[in-house]
Design a protein around this ligand. Sequence first.
Ligand code: SF4
Ligand code: SF4
Length: 324
Amino acid sequence: MSSRYMQPLRILVQMGLLGFVVWLGVSFYRFVQIVASGGASVTVARPYGVEAFLPISGLMGATAWLKGGGLNAIHPAAVVIFVTAIALSLLLRRSFCSWICPIATISEVSWKSGFRLLRLNWRLPFWLDAALRAVKYLLCAFFIFSIGIAMSPYALQKFIQSDYHKIADVRLMNFFLHISPLVLTIILVLLGLSLLLRNPFCRYLCPYGALLGLVAVFSPVRVTRDPESCVSCGVCSQVCPTYIDVMNKSSVASPECIACWRCISHCRVHEALSMRVVKRFALPGLLFAILVVLLFWGGTAIGKLGGHWQSSITLEEYVRLLGK
Ligand code: SF4
Ligand code: SF4
């Protein structure tokens, strides 16, 4: 069965989640405004999914837990979402990046719009591309070392329980609501570059994507090419948003592969390309899509059912912190 339906389906999932994230942002903004204005009669509940934007809090909580210091009780949802994204990458490669992450969705819309407008996507020279790609791995190594290795369980808990961390989500929102000219310029430059290059933020700067890619190397699921059927047309290599030379590989093990299915969807030769488990069992596209959504929502549901979702911060404490 052709996999052409996979791109519209993936875009549908991406847009649904982007809409959900916008709704989360608006709900969180309303909650903060009401609490900051006195909070005596707060009727709006705090939406906990906003913790998806606190991956460092998630890393801290997961590290504290691994070091025997208990889970991050301040932003437990951040840990649940972080661990779910890791587990998803281990099972279904970096599908988090191409199916769920709203930043990657905006980035993909940008480079596709740029291509429609200008009929081009730049590709940097190999040496520059490789050097810039190393930046995200260096950032990832920095966070893993400074949080995962260097911080003691005591230091982790001290930070997790600090007032700064308690309202890290509010600080992040205010950072963008009251954006400085310098940060605004950087974002506009990145958006402008995103029209010309494919996913520059994800490819060069995102330490989260780097970590998920390194985990995905151990995934049993890979894009696999059948050299007997392949007619070496090169379409798969051309359409890959991460510039993987799919045509010349028997299977794609690269940490850059975001499991977007573009190569498979665009291949016109029956069964020349497929997504396979341990290179043997072909995964139907629809099953892959259902698994991505189910595993992501399932992971968060397990966190909720296990009581690791709602923050331990009381409303009174919010009023104190936001009224400062
Ligand atoms: S698009 Fe299909 S046929 Fe063409 S090179 Fe890639 S795998 Fe081979
Ligand atoms: S190899 Fe295929 S699935 Fe992986 S990023 Fe490239 S186009 Fe997407």
